[in-house]
Ligand binder design. Structure first.
Ligand SMILES: NC(=O)C1=CN([C@@H]2O[C@H](COP(=O)(O)OP(=O)(O)OC[C@H]3O[C@@H](n4cnc5c(N)ncnc54)[C@H](OP(=O)(O)O)[C@@H]3O)[C@@H](O)[C@H]2O)[C@@H](O)CC1
Ligand SMILES: Nc1ncnc2c1ncn2[C@@H]1O[C@H](COP(=O)(O)OP(=O)(O)O)[C@@H](O)[C@H]1O
Ligand SMILES: [K+]
Length: 504
C-alpha cells in the first residue's frame, strides 16, 4: 500500500471525483457513511458527541451525525466557530435534521460532557496547516481532559499527517483513529502512539490507477503485496537448491542467541546451515539445534577466526557475538572477503558503530538489522524525533548502498534507492529477548535462497517474522510469548506467502 502525504491524499480525492464524475460532497458522503457504519458496529446505547471543525473534516462529522441520528442514536453536534467554512461543510450543515442538537461552542463556557459518552473528533484532518492555538487548542485540552473514549475522524486533530510538530502542541488523544483507504506516515511512529491509539482503515474506492502512479517513497506492506512471492519448492529440489548458510553467533553466556538464530534459519527453509560458535557453545548447539552443523572456534568464549567462506551462499553474523576485539577482526575480515549476501545484526552492528572505518567495507546489498538504539550507535548521532530518525535511516541505506532494517512495532526496511517499506505484522508479545535473533536467522535463510532478490528476501522475512509472532501469540498470549515460540510458527507464516505449486 502506498503511504501518501497530505497533499497527495487531496490530489487522490480530486482524481477520484473527476474519474467517477461525482461531486466532492458525494465522496464525503461515502467516506463518512463508511465511518458511521464502523461506529454503528461498535456502539451500544452511548450518547455520541461530535466536535466539528470548519473544513471537510468537520463536514465528515456532520454526515456522521446525520447517519447516527437516523440509526436512532442520541447525537450532539458541537461546532468550532470560524470565519469561513468549506462548501461541503455548509452543505452538510444544511442537511443535518433539525432535531439533532447542534450548537456553536463558546470555548469560555464549554459544556460538561456526560459520563459514558463517546466523543467523535472531526475538528481538523489533513487540511491542518499549522499548530493549533487559541480556541482550537482550548477545545483539544477540554476533549483530552474529559477522559472519555475518542474516535478521531481521519487523523487526531492537531496531528500532522507526515511531519513532526513542536513538543507540547495540542493534539487530540484518540482511542481509535479511523481513516480512509491508505495509512498515514504519522500512524506508524512511536512518538504519535499516544494520540493515534488503535488505527483502522476503511476502503472508499479512491482512484487506484492515480494512486499507483504517484511518486511515493514510503509503503505499508501487507499480505496481499507479498502473497505468492516466495517460490514453491519444486518436486525435484534438493538441499543445494535452497543454499548453505553460515552463521557466526554466540559467546559465553549468549549461546542462546546462536541457538535461536540457527533454529529460525532452519525453520525458514535453508538447505544447509553451519553455525560457528566458540567452544563453549558446542554441546549446547548440537543438542538444541541438531540439524545445524557446528563449526567450533578454537577459542573457548569468543569467535576468533573466520572459517573458509567458499561453501556458503550467505553469511549471518552478530547474535550474541560479543564485542571482543578479536571478534571485531573476524567481522572486518568477513566484510573484506565475502562475495555472497551478508546479514549483520546485534553486536556486529555495535562493532561497526565503534570501529567506524569498517563501515566503509560494507559490501553493497548487505542487510543490517538494528533496533533504534543499535541504529543510533551505528550512525553515531541521536535522532531529534522519529521523523528525523527515518530520514537518517533512509540516508544511511542510500549512502551505504545497503538494505537496512529498523526494528520496532512497524519495522521498516530502507533500500539502497531510499525507499521505505513498513511491515504490518507483529505484536508487543515480541518485545522479549531473542526475538531479534530469530529475525536474523530467518533473514539469513532467505538471503541464502538464490531464487529471491535482496528486496523480496527482506520483505518476506520481516513479514513472516511478525506473522509468526502473531500466530504464536494466539496460542501463548502476548505476555507468555518467548522468542522460541516465534520459531515454531515461521513455517506456517512462510507457507501463507508461498506461490501455489505450478499456480497460474
Ligand atoms: N481523504 C479522503 O479521501 C477524504 C477526506 N475527507 C475529509 O476531508 C478532510 C480534509 O478536509 P480539508 O482539506 O477541508 O481540511 P480540514 O482538515 O477539515 O481543515 C481545514 C480547515 O481547518 C483550518 N485550519 C487548518 N489548520 C488550522 C489551525 N492550525 N488552526 C485553525 N484552523 C486551521 C483551515 O483554515 P485556514 O488554514 O484556511 O485558515 C480550514 O478551514 C480529511 O481529513 C477527511 O476528514 C472526506 O470528506 C472525503 C474523503
Ligand atoms: N511492540 C512490538 N510490535 C511488533 N514487533 C515487535 C514489538 N516489539 C518488538 N518487536 C519485534 O521483536 C524484535 C526484537 O528485536 P531485538 O530488539 O533485536 O531483540 P533481541 O535483541 O532481544 O533479539 C524485532 O523484530 C521487533 O520488530
Ligand atoms: K480529526
Amino acid at each position: 500500500m502506498h503511504i501518501l502525504t497530505a497533499a497527495q491524499t487531496r490530489a487522490a480525492d480530486q482524481a477520484t471525483i473527476q474519474a467517477e464524475r461525482i461531486t466532492s460532497t458525494d465522496l464525503m458522503e461515502r467516506a463518512a457513511m463508511a465511518l458511521s457504519e464502523w461506529l454503528l458496529d461498535r456502539l451500544a446505547r452511548q450518547a455520541v458527541h461530535i466536535f466539528c471543525g470548519p473544513g471537510n473534516n468537520g463536514g465528515d462529522g456532520l454526515v456522521i451525525a446525520r447517519h447516527l441520528h437516523h440509526a436512532g442514536h442520541a447525537v450532539h453536534v458541537w461546532l468550532l466557530p470560524a470565519n469561513a467554512y468549506s462548501s461541503d461543510f455548509t452543505a452538510n450543515r444544511q442537511r443535518l435534521p433539525a432535531d439533532v442538537p447542534c450548537a456553536e461552542l463558546d470555548v469560555q463556557r464549554l459544556p460538561p460532557l456526560p459520563a459514558g459518552a463517546v466523543l467523535v473528533d472531526a475538528l481538523f484532518g489533513t487540511g491542518l496547516t499549522r499548530v493549533l492555538t487559541d480556541d482550537a487548542a482550548t477545545l483539544v485540552h477540554y476533549i483530552n481532559q474529559a477522559h472519555l473514549p475518542v474516535v478521531a475522524v481521519d487523523i487526531p486533530s492537531g496531528l500532522f499527517a507526515d511531519a513532526p510538530q513542536p513538543a507540547d502542541s495540542p493534539v487530540v488523544a484518540a482511542r481509535f483513529t479511523v481513516s480512509f483507504e491508505l495509512p498515514k506516515l504519522a500512524f506508524l511512529l512511536p512518538q504519535n502512539a499516544q494520540w493515534v491509539g488503535e488505527w483502522h482503515l476503511l476502503p472508499i474506492s479512491l482512484d487506484k490507477k492515480f494512486i499507483h502512479n504517484l511518486p511515493v517513497d514510503n509503503y505499508f506492506v501487507e499480505a496481499a503485496f507479498l502473497r505468492g512471492r516466495l517460490p514453491y519448492r519444486g518436486k525435484f529440489s534438493h538441499k543445494g537448491t535452497f543454499g548453505h548458510a553460515l552463521l557466526l553467533a554466540g559467546s559465553k553466556g549468549k549461546i542462546g542467541a546462536a541457538v535461536l538464530a540457527s533454529r529460525a534459519c532452519l525453520h525458514a527453509g535453508v538447505g544447509l546451515l553451519t553455525t560457528r560458535v566458540p567452544a563453549v557453545g558446542y554441546d549446547i548447539l548440537q543438542t538444541s539445534a541438531p540439524e545445524a552443523m557446528t563449526l567450533v572456534d578454537p577459542a573457548q568464549d569468543h569467535i576468533t577466526e573466520l572459517p573458509d567462506l567458499k561453501p556458503y551462499a550467505a553469511v549471518g553474523i552478530g547474535p550474541g557475538l560479543g564485542q571482543d576485539d578479536v571478534s571485531c577482526k573476524v567481522l572486518r575480515q568477513l566484510l573484506q572477503e565475502a562475495t555472497v549476501p551478508l546479514v549483520l545484526d546485534a553486536d556486529a552492528l555495535n562493532l561497526l558503530g565503534t570501529h567506524r572505518d569498517i563501515l566503509d567495507l560494507l559490501p553493497p546489498d548487505t542487510l543490517l538489522t538494528p533496533h533504534p538504539k543499535e541504529f543510533e550507535r551505528l550512525i553515531g548521532e541521536p535522532a531529534r524525533d522519529d521523523y528525523h530518525r527515518l530520514e537518517q535511516f533512509r540516508g544511511f541505506a542510500q549512502q551505504r548502498r545497503c538494505y537496512c532494517v529498523l526494528k520496532g512495532a512497524y519495522t521498516a526496511l530502507a533500500t539502497p534507492e531510499g525507499v521505505l517499506y513498513f511491515n504490518s505484522t507483529g505484536n508487543p508479545g515480541m518485545a522479549t529477548g531473542g526475538s531479534g535473533d530469530v529475525l536474523t536467522g530467518l533473514l539469513l535463510a532467505l538471503r541464502a535462497d538464490k531464487r529471491l532478490s535482496a528486496l523480496d528476501a527482506a520483505l518476506l522475512g520481516l513479514y513472516a517474522h511478525g506473522r509468526a509472532g502473531d500466530l504464536a501469540a494466539l496460542e501463548t498470549g502476548q505476555a507468555g510469548l518467548v522468542a522460541g515460540d516465534i520459531v515454531r510458527f515461521i513455517g506456517p507464516a512462510l507457507h501463507e506467502l508461498t506461490a501455489p505449486v505450478l499456480g497460474l
